[in-house]
Design a binder for this molecule. Structure first.
Ligand code: FMN
Length: 302
């Protein structure tokens, strides 16, 4: 047995595997399927300061080796989460990270203040959200706005701040550098890649929102490339995700430079995926003489 435990931003985790936001609810939903003592952390569904209804119509479409979703960040709001979910979430034997969203810099700061409570160990800031005050482009596609959100959240909380980067940009490294300079403690990447699915019979988009976010195995090579580029450029830790379905996928992200990995779409196909992936990582380490998983981070020979 090799050691899979990691210390991520001061959080002691049983393994580098984190449940990715939006695919594990608030952790409670999968409690019958995974042994949370083996899972590093859970990143909850994105929370806003007030409840959001999400998008109308069809919200999910299966694609070749992946899926598109346009949930539209439906969530019950941070105050409701704290009152109704957090007491149960606290009992789970794993670390809880609150993923958060906002429609303006002020909303992000307000949400960060609300979520700075016992039971929440870190904030993961989803910057793939439209800025309604600045014409609707996502915060994460403009380095000034990405930095402004990061700075506002850092000022509003005492918790470690992980900024989740959007891959829908020309140069992910410049955005990553901007959020590092603005005070981010870590970055996670990638969020979903924007796409469209078409119903040929009706010649209409399948998704109610027309566009959706692509996730699953189809995006893994893109995610690996971005994790490698960002990890090389930054001195803060990187949490890597995008299409991780197996333990060896996770190991590849760590070799590319991720010190933790997140499992998303895999949970939707197999609710036991996170625990299986931990088991498979352990097996890979044993087979390859790796005694401590931290040894392999950023060891890509390129
Ligand atoms: C149904 C669904 C809902 C998601 N909701 C969120 C969210 O609320 N906040 C967020 O930061 N990412 C969200 N994501 C993105 C995932 O956390 C992850 O970044 C992405 O799916 C890529 O990883 P994967 O290929 O392992 O799924 C969502 C993804 C899916 C499939």
């Amino acid at each position: 047995m090799s050691s899979l435990s990691v210390n991520f931003l001061g959080m002691k985790m049983a393994s580098p595997v984190i449940g990715a936001s939006g695919t594990v609810g608030f952790g409670l939903e999968l409690a019958d399927y995974v042994d949370y003592r083996k899972i590093g952390a859970i990143s909850g569904k994105g929370l806003a300061p007030t409840p959001w209804k999400g998008n109308e119509g069809v919200r999910i479409a299966e694609t070749t080796s992946g899926m598109l979703n346009c949930i539209g960040l439906e969530n019950p709001g941070a105050p409701y989460f704290i009152e109704h979910y957090l007491p149960e979430v606290k009992k789970l034997p794993t670390v809880f990270i609150a993923n958060m969203v906002g429609k303006s810099v002020e909303e992000y700061a307000e949400c960060a203040r609300m979520l700075t409570v016992p039971g929440i160990s870190a904030l993961e800031v989803n910057i793939s959200c439209p800025n309604v005050k600045e014409g609707g482009a996502a915060f994460g596609t403009d380095y000034h706005q990405a930095a402004a959100v990061t700075k506002a959240v850092k000022e509003a909380t005492t918790l470690p701040v992980i900024v989740k980067l959007s891959p829908n940009v020309t140069d992910v490294v410049s955005i990553a550098e901007a959020v590092e300079q603005a005070g981010a403690d870590a970055v996670s990447l990638i969020n979903t890649l924007m796409g469209i699915a078409i119903d040929l019979r009706t010649r209409r988009p399948i998704l109610g929102n027309i566009t959706g976010g692509l996730s699953g195995p189809a995006i893994k090579p893109v995610a690996l490339r971005m994790v490698w580029q960002v990890a090389k450029a930054l001195s803060i830790p990187v949490s890597g995700l995008g299409g991780i379905m197996t333990g060896t996928d996770a190991i590849e992200f760590m070799i590319a430079g991720a010190s933790t990995v997140q499992v998303g779409t895999a949970n939707l196909a197999d609710p036991t995926a996170m625990e299986r992936i931990v088991r498979e990582m352990d097996k890979w380490c044993d087979k390859n003489g790796v005694k401590d998983i931290n040894e392999i981070v950023g060891t890509l020979k390129a």
